[in-house]
Design a protein around this ligand. Structure first.
Ligand SMILES: *[C@@H]1O[C@H](CO)[C@@H](O)[C@H](O)[C@H]1NC(C)=O
Ligand SMILES: *[C@@H]1O[C@H](CO)[C@@H](O)[C@H](O)[C@H]1NC(C)=O
Ligand SMILES: *[C@@H]1O[C@H](CO)[C@@H](O)[C@H](O)[C@H]1NC(C)=O
Ligand SMILES: *[C@@H]1O[C@H](CO)[C@@H](O)[C@H](O)[C@H]1NC(C)=O
Ligand SMILES: CC(=O)N[C@H]1CO[C@H](CO)[C@@H](O)[C@@H]1O
Length: 477
């Protein structure tokens, strides 16, 4: 022995980004590797909670978050805590100020490698300065990474005359088209602000770092993994789905934050339902809808006649002090008693998705949710809102064919496009009953099986992790 690999993991300060990195820490430690998760005081609390059992190979290293220096309120250390768009530039400044303390920590602890979230583009500079490889963690799919890169390189959207005219994404396997309306701000013209500039830096840093670790598995998107490596010429290791690394149910329930609902209460409810009879509805941590949109969802869920679990986050509107004022249709909760379970806050998502009663998942297509849906073998209704979610929707509906779109046409940050209740009802019907649904369910189950095999001994993700560890060892010792 003697030569023990030590890796720094530096997750971005947003829950969707921290969860997979914590799983990654557990995965590396299961192979005897020493891991230090670098984070800030407030975020360390939820990370420590999700680490659950103390593991001698996993340590936390806490950097002070410079909220005061940039004019953010104390404790505003997580992207999910920002309550107005004007806080975003400050948050980015604060995040950038972490570079010096990070470099000091690397100098002091001498890790052999740092895996940093792609939203820390400056981690490249730190790694070059201190002579250790930096691996990038995207928290998304090969599919969307390739699509976005080709979009940035070839700018095919310049060739269309309207927002709604479909155009081909050049070089992306599978003949995939998209419209300008669905594009990320980053690639749409005329959008230039602190955030998009920072995102550009983040994407540029990808081509300059040592390589990339992807929370995906080869069998899910082989063509796109190959495209990333061979066409874009980057190094990549595919080690997911990371959510399958934490199998104990108690831990699953605690992922990210303490659930707003008792886990056993939720299980009891699900146990009382028939297999594949429940629709699970959740739009992730960042998406919030207004009252009108929530009403349409409520009506769509009622009209479809299925059981449902709905995780709700709404935007606070003017003149509103009560969180829940009036957004549900009159008498809704009474009518839905026993049929619908509404969770306000954080839900034990993996546990819910894995339950046999759940037969459909309405998702915003954030990658961690999408992959959790894939791993659970649950057919999806895709409802992308922002970020790279429209590409993930394409992967799910057109490439993997394990879901159907609800019909969102327009990329909007935070507040989604408007979808009426008929569209919600119709999409649920398509994944829950009939011949098409059967086909979708069969394919979804096959991918779930492949996901399990990928992370098991000698599976593709298992072997790729071996390969990564060997390469890091050869660089270190
Ligand atoms: C845009 O159109 C021009 C002229 O037709 C063509 O040469 C070019 O390849 C197109 N670019 C893309 C990315 O489709
Ligand atoms: C690609 O898709 C377009 C439009 O969806 C279609 O017209 C074309 O035939 C397709 N090409 C191939 C090679 O499948
Ligand atoms: C965890 O959830 C509770 C309520 O469910 C919320 O008040 C708290 O801010 C959340 N913490 C984090 C770190 O998100
Ligand atoms: C994995 O592969 C090794 C070497 O080929 C073999 O000895 C081992 O039995 C395999 N394990 C499983 C679970 O298949
Ligand atoms: C199991 C879990 O915590 N999944 C989370 C993945 O991230 C989204 C937000 O990006 C959360 O809503 C999910 O709960």
């Amino acid at each position: 022995m003697g030569n023990q690999l030590h890796i720094f993991l530096f997750p971005f300060l947003a829950h969707g980004h921290m969860i997979p990195m914590v799983d990654m820490a557990k995965l590396f430690s299961s192979r005897g590797i020493k891991v230090t998760i670098v984070t800030t005081p407030i975020n360390s609390i939820s990370i420590a909670k999700s680490l659950h059992d103390s593991n001698p190979l996993i340590n936390l290293l806490i950097l002070k978050f410079p909220s005061a220096e940039v004019g953010l309120p104390d404790g505003c250390e997580n992207l999910d805590f920002l309550i107005s768009p004007s806080m975003i530039p400050k948050f980015i400044s604060a995040v950038s100020l972490l570079q010096t303390p990070l470099e000091e920590a690397i100098t002091e602890h001498r890790p052999h490698c740092i895996v940093a979230d792609m939203f820390f583009p400056w981690a490249n500079d730190a790694s070059v300065k201190l002579g250790i490889p930096r691996l990038n963690f995207h928290g998304t799919s090969f599919f969307s990474t390739c699509a976005l890169e080709f979009m940035r390189i070839y700018e095919p959207y310049n060739n269309v005359s309207s927002e709604t005219e479909p155009f081909l994404i050049p070089h992306l396997p599978g003949n995939i088209t998209i419209t300008k309306m669905k594009l990320h701000e980053l690639v749409r013209e005329n959008v230039k602000n602190d955030l998009t500039e920072y995102m550009k830096r983040a994407y540029d840093s990808d081509s300059k770092c040592y390589g990339v670790v992807m929370n995906s598995f080869y069998e899910l998107e082989a063509e796109y993994a190959d495209c990333y490596k061979n066409v874009l010429g980057r190094k990549a290791w595919t080690i997911g789905p990371l959510s399958l690394c934490t199998q104990e149910s108690e831990e699953e329930a605690q992922r990210g934050n303490k659930s707003a609902i008792e886990e056993h209460e939720c299980l009891k409810w699900l146990d009382s339902k028939k297999p594949n009879s429940v629709v699970y509805v959740c739009f992730g941590t960042l998406t919030k809808f207004n009252s009108n949109q929530l009403k349409e969802i409520a009506n769509g869920l009622e009209a479809c006649g299925k059981n449902f679990i709905w995780v709700v986050r709404k935007i606070k509107e003017k003149d509103e002090d009560e969180e829940d004022k009036d957004w549900l249709p009159e008498g809704y909760e009474q009518r839905m008693e026993g049929k619908g379970l509404i969770i306000r806050g954080w839900a034990p998502q993996v546990m819910i998705l894995d339950h046999p009663a759940v037969g459909g998942f309405i998702t915003h297509c954030g990658w961690n949710s999408t992959l959790e849906g894939v791993a659970a073998g649950v057919p999806m209704v895709t409802w992308p809102v922002a970020a790279e979610q429209f590409y993930n929707e394409k992967l799910v509906t057109e490439v993997l064919k394990i879901g159907v779109g609800v019909g969102v046409q327009k990329w909007v940050r935070i507040v989604g496009d408007f979808i009426n209740s008929e569209a919600v009802e119709k999409a649920i019907g398509r994944v829950m009953e009939g011949e098409e649904a059967e086909e979708i369910r069969k394919r979804a189950k096959e991918f779930a099986e492949k996901a399990r095999k990928a992370v098991a001994e000698n599976g593709s993700s298992y072997c790729d992790l071996d390969a990564l560890i060997k390469e890091l060892e050869s660089l270190a010792f």
